[in-house]
Design a protein around this ligand. Structure first.
Ligand SMILES: NC(=O)c1ccc[n+]([C@@H]2O[C@H](COP(=O)([O-])OP(=O)(O)OC[C@H]3O[C@@H](n4cnc5c(N)ncnc54)[C@H](O)[C@@H]3O)[C@@H](O)[C@H]2O)c1
Length: 394
């Protein structure tokens, strides 16, 4: 198999997992990383065992040995990094959110389509075997007509005033914090699993910790920054959200999103209720799928390739009783994306399931924009609209 060269811009918390995942595929060479300076790039490259270090993303995207550019920079850099990679005709795998506004996401989608390359967004929870099991069961009609899609994505790593991330600074993270950061995962996941689109939202957003003590040096996600110099800053973006949802086929839904909920580390879960049955998947117990029925006993399906539907089985790589986890699902997403790149780089209508494109990233940004607008208008029903094309073209 022809080897593929990968370069990564933004080697921070999630960047290391991109590198780990592509190395497991066996036909991808991690050739370069780019950070914000030569010194930090060299330090990160050495720590990750990557040969080439660049102090700017412009230099990395111009490297002919890099065929695929991974973007794991803070959100405000997604547009310049991705546009630079596309200008060099590179395939692009961006972490979420694709962009901080729908207009920017639309611009990236249009540019990627024009470049004719493979474009993907790492909505990584799609890569879980039991998520795919739920998706196949719903597509096969096993739940009957779906009427309710609900759940939550709760974390606690921003609970204390001393917790800080660039996500809370609008100029770096975008106008939305918790919703754009993790609510975007939940919305993509349930739309993927149910095959339905969110078309209208009603959102009530809250900033629980409205003053934070920002450390003078930057900190990584989930890190505690300890005893460092700090300054008090006002926070305007949400750390808690209650959202009602309407789907395109009339199904209703709701989701709670928060990063200030003590005890919840990566508390993503969803439940889908149909007229025949229900399914529930809890990320922190990701090797189980709860199946609810009215007239027979409820069941918990354990992740065991021999018990899964053929499509879901492709995402399970260990026998029953051998637990698979976050990094394995992440690798499944990369396997799907690189499979398309290796096959010639043409995006078709028949993408493998764990593959979210810029089209999905764009739709996700439209949902986040609608949530912000709903809240701004006083928590009223707000349609998910396409981005203003004129604004996107700017
Ligand atoms: N899919 C997931 O589950 C997941 C998890 C975490 C983060 N993310 C997303 O990944 C992105 C990065 O998040 P993170 O938590 O890893 O952040 P991070 O702050 O840990 O890492 C960002 C990295 O980008 C580097 N950087 C900053 N400016 C740069 C520049 N000009 N050029 C090159 N590199 C630069 C920083 O030095 C840092 O190493 C965000 O968009 C975030 O939403 C996704």
């Amino acid at each position: 198999m022809k080897r593929i060269g990968m370069g990564l811009v933004g080697p921070g918390f999630v960047g290391a997992h991109h590198i780990d995942a592509v190395r497991r595929l066996g036909f991808v060479d991690v050739v370069a990383v780019a950070a914000s300076s030569d010194a930090s790039a060299r330090r990160k490259a050495d720590a990750l065992g990557v040969p080439t270090a660049y102090g700017s993303f412009e230099a990395l995207v111009a490297d002919p040995a890099v065929h695929v550019v991974h973007n794991t920079t803070p959100n405000y850099l997604h547009v310049p990094v991705i546009l630079a990679a596309l200008a060099h005709g590179k395939h692009v795998i961006s972490d979420k959110p694709l962009a901080v506004t729908a207009a920017d996401a639309r611009r990236l989608l249009d540019a990627a389509n024009k470049a004719g390359v493979v474009h993907a967004v790492t909505f990584n929870y799609r890569g879980n075997p039991l998520v795919q099991q739920a998706r196949e069961m719903i597509a096969a009609g096993e739940l009957g007509r779906v009427h309710f899609i609900h759940g939550a994505y709760l974390q606690d790593w921003l609970l204390e005033a001393t917790d800080f991330s660039w996500r809370l600074e609008p100029e770096k993270g975008g106008a939305s914090s918790a919703v754009g950061d993790i609510g975007s995962h939940w919305c993509d996941l349930v739309q993927h699993v149910t095959g339905r689109r969110i078309v209208e939202v009603l959102a009530d957003l809250t900033t629980v910790v409205d003053t934070r003590l920002k450390p003078s040096a930057s900190t990584e996600a989930f890190a505690r920054s300890g005893d460092v110099a700090r300054e008090a800053v006002r926070i305007h973006s949400e750390d808690l959200a209650s959202i009602l949802l309407r789907f395109d086929d009339g199904a209703k839904g709701s989701v709670s999103v928060g990063q200030v909920c003590a005890g919840h580390k990566n508390g993503l879960w969803f439940e889908v209720n149909g007229r025949q049955a229900s399914v529930r998947w809890i990320q922190e117990r990701q090797n189980e799928l709860w199946i609810g029925r009215r007239d027979t006993a409820n069941a918990v399906l354990a992740k065991d390739p021999s018990l899964l539907t053929p499509g879901a089985r492709a995402y399970a790589h260990l026998p029953g009783g051998h637990q698979e986890a976050w990094a394995d699902a992440f690798c499944n997403v990369m396997r799907d994306i690189y499979g398309v790149i290796a096959a010639g780089g043409q995006l078709s209508d028949h993408l493998p399931p764990a593959f979210a494109t810029f089209e999905d990233g764009y739709h996700s940004a439209c949902v986040v924009d609608a949530i912000l607008e709903s809240h701004r208008r006083g928590a009223v029903w707000t349609k998910v609209r396409a981005a203003d094309v004129a604004e996107a073209a700017r």
